[in-house]
Design a protein around this ligand. Structure first.
Ligand code: HSE
Length: 309
């Protein structure tokens, strides 16, 4: 038995929606598990993760599979009877949901091997518990644009459920620039303040309202203000010095809005198809001025989330 899953990249926060907003992108990792009854098993890495990812027990895909087997009470499968192949099409530098993709891929593979006992909502809750914050996992499972509301609101409390609501998928391109340097989410969260001022909270609440209105009404002119943020991007800028300049260059080139993708260092812009190449050129040029090379993409939103292929 051989099972293959495709899981989209994701972009989280979308500016002010820290740990709340996330969108799935048409850029994918593929994960395969094959049950074998004899011989030595293989753990194969391909694509961006070929040299960078751990094999075996330390691999995040495997850890998510093992956790899912445990949840399902299924002890038939282990690394001695499964060939695993990971083909990484999502850059690992950060901000594109590569960890969430591995977690969701692992849950989906293990679930399929055990007879698909979990539905998407149950897979999402399990994935969000493993990842800690929901905003990459939800779109990786469901596709499209998701709003996540965790019970209790404490990102560190993994016992809580999270409500997920899908918003209309914008008919826009996502220009994504993933720089050559890496920034781990853990590090990028450590730099954030424990508390924010009422003033900054009101600023972000108003921008999240504009962001939601933009997606629900299709009035994308609201995105320029609606993607402003005061609770995470200004702190993270210290580790991503080009951030403000790259966002400004995207807006000047005609993007509706631009933001730090997830915890960075990738930066994303939303724009019309006709403006996408110009926005991409402007963003890449600004990164280059800071002597940073980037992988850049013009992407559609993915509408399906994790899928068996
Ligand atoms: N919202 C997270 C953060 C990243 O900005 O740290 C994605 O889960």
């Amino acid at each position: 038995m051989k099972i293959r899953m495709r899981v989209p990249a994701t972009t989280a926060n979308l500016g002010p929606g820290f740990d709340v907003f996330g969108g799935a992108l048409a850029l994918y990792n593929e994960f395969e598990a094959e049950y074998v009854t004899s011989g030595r098993t293989k753990f194969v890495l391909k694509g961006y993760g070929k040299r960078a990812l751990a094999k075996g027990e330390k691999n995040l895909l495997w850890q998510a599979m093992a956790e899912t087997f445990k949840v399902l009470g299924c002890d038939k499968y282990n690394l001695k009877n499964l060939n695993i192949t990971i083909n990484t099409g999502i850059p690992l530098s950060g901000g594109l949901g590569s960890s969430a993709s591995a977690i969701v891929g692992g849950i989906a593979l293990a679930n399929a091997l055990c007879g698909n006992k979990l539905n998407k909502a149950q897979m999402a809750q399990l994935g969000m518990r493993i990842e800690g914050h929901p905003d990459n996992v939800a779109p990786a499972v469901y596709g499209g644009l998701c709003v996540c509301a965790k019970e209790g609101g404490n990102a560190a409390d993994n016992s809580k459920n999270t409500d997920v609501v899908k918003l209309p998928v914008p008919n826009l391109k996502v220009v994504m620039c993933a720089p050559s340097f890496e920034l781990r989410t853990k590090r990028s969260r450590q730099i954030l303040p424990k508390n924010v001022s009422l003033c900054d909270a009101v600023f972000n609440t108003s921008r999240v309202a504009l962001l939601t209105a933009a997606f629900c009404t299709g009035d994308y002119s609201l995105l320029k203000k609606g993607m402003q943020d005061k609770i995470h991007q200004p702190y993270r800028e210290k580790m991503i010095p080009a951030m403000d300049a790259v966002i400004k260059s995207a807006l000047d080139a005609g993007a509706y809005g631009a933001f730090l993708s997830g915890s960075g260092p990738s930066i994303a812009a939303l724009c019309n198809k006709k403006d996408a190449e110009g926005v991409q050129k402007a963003m890449v040029k600004t990164w280059k001025k800071e002597s940073v090379s980037v992988k850049s993409y013009i992407l559609d939103f993915d509408r399906h989330g994790v899928s068996q292929i």
